[in-house]
Design a protein. Structure first.
Length: 237
């Protein structure tokens, strides 16, 4: 699957001005985004690397199962930062008997793409990566001709996804991730029109801008505190 649409966004030359509707264009944010590159996993060696990354990320959390490995219907992706693998995800068309078709409002009879295997290197959790993945999923779903892109998420981390802007659904808890004591819920984006995808793109840039700006503010505050302490020490030296 070509990734030109995502590459255009990461290169800071968006196809629509709605990208900056919720936050001003900031070259520092765009510079940081360019360090992340999305690639389709195609070679056998890349697929082995994908599987190892998935197991290493999920097994310590007690979430890993061989059932989570991709099948031939899936398209797998990896994200690199400065050429190092830092995250993976895959997209799989849902089967006609999938509960997602009944749970997602308006999805009956529609084409739904499910996001699986989201795994992020520990050093990059809480940073830009989840937003990059979710934005990419929306863009790719639209490019591939799907009406919805959705994921089944543990209740404990559901807010990480909805804070980005995915749409949560209130339904009876599912138990699809291998543990009957864990409650799973569905969250989704509509991707059947360019306007829907523009929302994910705009929301994505707002998310990236907020993350980078707040990180810089914290660094500025730390520097100001150090200067104040150093000045106080100099005054009493």
């Amino acid at each position: 699957m070509p990734l030109e649409a995502i590459a255009v966004l990461d290169d800071g030359d968006p196809t629509t001005t709605t990208t900056y509707a919720a936050a001003p264009k900031d070259e520092e944010v765009l510079r940081e985004l360019r360090q992340y590159q999305t690639h389709e996993v195609a070679e056998a060696q890349e697929l082995d690397e994908y599987r190892d990354f998935l197991e290493n990320a999920l097994r310590p959390l007690g979430l890993y199962s061989d059932d989570f490995l991709p099948d031939t219907a899936s398209t797998c992706y990896k994200i690199t930062f400065d050429r190092e693998l830092v995250a993976i995800f895959r997209l799989t068309p849902v089967a006609p008997d999938s509960p997602l078709l009944q749970i997602i409002p308006g999805a009956a009879g529609k084409r739904v793409l499910e996001v699986n295997n989201i795994a992020v290197d520990k050093a990059f959790r809480g940073d830009l990566l989840l937003g990059i993945i979710l934005r990419n999923c929306a863009v790719l779903s639209h490019t591939m001709g799907f009406d919805f892109v959705a994921g089944v998420i543990r209740q404990e981390i559901l807010s990480w996804f909805t804070d980005f802007g995915t749409i949560p659904i209130r339904h009876e808890p599912l138990h699809l991730l291998g543990d009957d004591t864990v409650n799973d819920f569905v969250t989704y984006f509509r991707t059947d029109s360019r306007e829907c995808v523009d929302y994910a793109i705009t929301r994505g840039y707002h998310y990236f801008h907020r993350k980078v700006t707040m990180r810089n503010i914290k660094a500025d505050v730390k520097r100001a505190r150090r200067r104040a302490v150093d000045g106080e020490l100099a005054l009493h030296a």
